[in-house]
Ligand binder design. Structure first.
Ligand code: CP3
Length: 365
């Protein structure tokens, strides 16, 4: 039977029997190309400040990075949204910026300012990075992953993640968040050889980091290229698409069984090239990607994930129900994971997330 056409789950398997075989976990089944009715659901940034219980643990941890490097507390905040909403997947609680931090760059989080880094100014600063000690410095993250594998309900998949090289490089060069990416782009345009050394260093670091997460127990991987959408086509291919393809190939060489989701946010029509060339099992769609186009152009090649506007969750009610139905009725006809088009906002009322999950679980093709 064509697995893409298999439809509804076997009604004779109870939840506990399903969970005996990890291949039966609903997220993993869809990432391998099955159509599930209703689709699995999880939300980007599902652990975070919109939850009172997160803010409590966050205050207890001290700084944000202290929380990321505390396996017990990081495990606890990963589990909070699973307990509250029963999502089909948990995403490791950490941050994309632990990679530059573990490479030896100074990284800190200031209240109300987001991330800060002591910026790299050019190729001469690459020598200040120390990839040799990275894995050792990231041990607490791998400890969180193994703790999570032992703590999660048997039906819940565990997603590991990393930032894509360009997105991580942009923070390393800009020293924090930016509107225009001029420092990073100036380096890339004026010294593409030197810039490519940084990208290659991050391809190596990220591949090793993801493989170590898999070895610690991650069952699927998401690569966040949150700022892929700021480049012209040629630079998108060189600094976003090619490095993602390289990381995916390296991870798949060792662990071909672990599905990989790529999030090239803002790629527009280039999502089609990413679907054809990156080697990812699934693409996470940002909020602007047209649903029918994605269903026709991308979904025959890869599973899709997305793409509710996080702002809709601030509003709830009829606006939310209608937006969710549009996504389900279009993308739900193929291999599909319900998610947002970007991370959940800290002002989201948790009750709107409860309604969201109820609506998805009640939906049938
Ligand atoms: O629940 C989850 O999704 C897992 C944890 C997770 C975080 N960050 C926790 C976090 C994940 C997957 C990320 C990814 C991440 N981090 C990205 C890519 C995804 C995206 O949103 O585009 C990026 C660009 C970052 C870098 C980063 N980390 C920024 C820009 C900020 C500040 C913005 C903010 O919301 O404050 C962070 C901090 C951060 N990462 C928080 C959380 C829960 C908030 C920090 C706090 O608790 O004070």
């Amino acid at each position: 039977m064509d697995k893409r056409a298999s439809g509804v789950e076997d009604p004779f398997l109870s939840g506990s029997e399903l969970s005996k075989n990890e291949n039966q976990k609903r997220l993993l089944r869809v990432l391998r190309g099955e159509i599930l009715d209703p689709p699995p659901v999880w939300l980007m940034r599902q652990a975070g400040r919109y939850l009172d219980e997160y803010r409590e643990v966050r205050a207890q941890a001290g700084g944000f990075l202290d929380l990321c490097y505390n396996p017990e507390l990081a495990c606890e905040v990963t589990l909070q949204p699973i307990r509250r909403f029963g999502f089909d997947a948990a995403i490791l609680f950490s941050d994309i910026l632990v990679v530059p931090h573990a490479l030896g760059q100074k990284v800190w989080f200031e209240e109300g300012h987001g991330p800060r880094l002591d910026p790299l100014r050019g190729v001469q600063d690459l020598a200040t990075l120390d990839p040799g000690r990275m894995e050792e410095r990231l041990q607490p993250v791998f400890a969180t992953v193994s703790l999570l594998r032992r703590s999660l309900p048997p039906e819940t998949s565990l997603i590991g993640f990393a930032g894509a090289p360009w997105t991580v490089a942009s923070y390393m060069i800009e020293g924090g968040s930016t509107r225009d990416f001029f420092k990073a782009k100036r380096w890339a345009y004026s010294d593409p050889q030197g810039f490519s050394q940084l990208i290659e260093l991050l391809v190596d670091a990220t591949s090793g980091y993801l493989l170590a997460q898999i070895e610690a127990g991650a069952e699927a991987i998401q690569i966040f290229d949150s700022w892929a959408g700021v480049w012209p086509e040629a630079e998108f291919r060189r600094w976003c698409l090619a490095p993602a393809r390289e990381i995916i190939e390296r991870v798949k060489t060792v662990h071909p069984e672990v599905p990989i989701i790529l999030f090239p946010r803002g790629a527009g029509p280039l999502y089609a090239d990413v679907a054809a060339q990156a080697g990812a099992d699934a693409l996470s769609l940002d909020t602007t990607v047209p649903l029918q186009w994605a269903a026709e152009t991308l979904q025959p090649k890869v599973a899709l994930q997305g793409n509710l506007d996080p702002a809709v969750l601030l509003v709830g009610g009829k606006a939310q129900a209608e937006a969710v139905e549009r996504i389900l009725s279009t993308l739900g006809q193929g291999p599909f994971v319900f998610n947002l088009g970007h991370g959940i906002d800290k002002h989201t009322p948790p009750d709107n997330v409860t309604r969201l999950v109820e609506q998805i679980r009640a939906w049938r093709r």
